[in-house]
Design a protein around this ligand. Structure first.
Ligand code: SF4
Length: 362
């Protein structure tokens, strides 16, 4: 009897929607999305990961185990220019040693190469044509773009909604409809429909509201569970939140902007420091120049590229007189600690803005 393929991959924000569409359509396989991240996910991940590894690894292990428990038998992992490059091999070993049976596909490329993905998918579905691959590639590009644009608008305005829950309700409906899209035209229509609906939501946004940018490592920036829903918490104080890093940026824009980003990071950085380090410095400088009231830098505990950024950001903070708050996340991070520090940061920013006082001690 032939066993049905059930594909899974680590969760990251709402991007399981485009990834699922792509896998289903190009591989003719069932997708077994790992359940939404909970405490159990990170407990499982922590139990079966090396202590010293960065926290996205632990979340990924937890995702895989929960998906394997639900019947997944094909696991996909990506890889990048830091410890992320080793995730695949190590995770495969750990899961096999736990007795799970599965095939593991590791797309370990530093650069984004669609052709390479096509070759890899052909190994799973030999009937996949290049034309079909490109069609669905473009479809999910559109889906990703729609998610990012919608989330960006929400991030900037949700803190000022008059009726609590309006933004979240529209976002939920948007995601449900997006999941069903099979044609590029449908994605465009849904995007137009929901961005219009969002813009109609009544808000009470003062012209001089507090504006805070959030920079740092991509996983903790994008997966809200891993950062204790920090953006939502910031918004609850009536803050407009700006974030540059999302999947559209990483896949479709970062490569072209690389030299511009490095130029922007000067004189603080001369060379690439790996992963999202240059982005953190360049975007912080951009936020400071744009007159933002503060910056929040977040990273997983032990993340070297972001640790390297921190002394640079401290200098930038002094040069531009912009307060920066640093958070490091691990499986043991205290949620109360995060909320308390965020509240104190908010108090300091609002006093600073209202009194127009010189930079308060950080
Ligand atoms: S960027 Fe940092 S946290 Fe993310 S995988 Fe690399 S080392 Fe780990």
């Amino acid at each position: 009897m032939q066993i049905e393929n059930k594909v899974t991959f680590p969760r990251l924000g709402n991007y399981h929607i485009p990834i699922s569409t792509f896998v289903e359509k190009t591989l003719n396989a069932k997708v077994c999305v790992s359940p939404a991240i909970t405490k159990r996910t990170i407990e499982l991940g922590t139990k079966h990961s090396p202590d010293f590894v960065c926290v996205p690894f632990k979340y990924n292990i937890g995702n895989y185990i929960e998906a394997l428990e639900n019947g997944a038998n094909i696991l996909i992992q990506a890889g990048g220019g830091c410890r992320f490059g080793y995730y695949g091999e190590v995770q495969e070993e750990i899961l096999k040693s736990l007795g799970y049976e599965f095939k593991f596909f590791n797309i370990n490329d530093r650069k984004f190469k669609p052709l390479r993905y096509y070759e890899l998918l052909k190994k799973i579905n030999s009937k996949l044509t290049f034309r079909k691959f490109m069609y669905y590639f473009y479809l999910i590009y559109k889906q990703i773009f729609a998610i990012d644009k919608i989330e960006d608008y929400i991030r900037k305005n949700i803190g000022f909604e008059i009726n609590k829950g309006d933004f979240e309700n529209v976002e939920k409906r948007f995601l449900v409809e997006l999941k069903k899209t099979e044609k590029i035209r449908d994605v465009n229509n849904i995007f137009t429909k929901y961005i219009t609906l969002l813009k109609k939501i009544p808000i009470n946004k003062p012209k001089n509201c507090l504006k805070v940018g959030i920079v740092g490592e991509l996983y903790v920036l994008i997966e809200p569970f891993s950062n204790y829903f920090i953006e939502k918490e910031m918004a609850s104080y009536g803050i407009e939140v700006q974030r540059y890093i999302n999947i559209s940026y990483l896949f479709f824009s970062r490569k072209h902007k690389k030299s511009r980003t490095l130029k922007l990071a000067k004189p603080y950085l001369q060379y690439d420091i790996g992963a999202d380090g240059v982005d953190s410095v360049a975007h912080s400088k951009e936020l400071a120049k744009k007159g933002f009231d503060g910056i929040i830098h977040i990273k997983p505990f032990g993340c070297m590229p972001e640790i390297n950024c921190m002394p640079i950001l401290q200098r930038l903070s002094q040069d531009y007189k912009i307060p920066i708050l640093y958070f490091s996340f691990d499986s043991q991070t205290s949620e109360t600690g995060v909320k308390t520090r965020l509240e104190a940061f908010y108090d300091m920013l609002s006093m600073r803005k209202n009194l127009n006082s010189p930079l308060a001690p950080l």
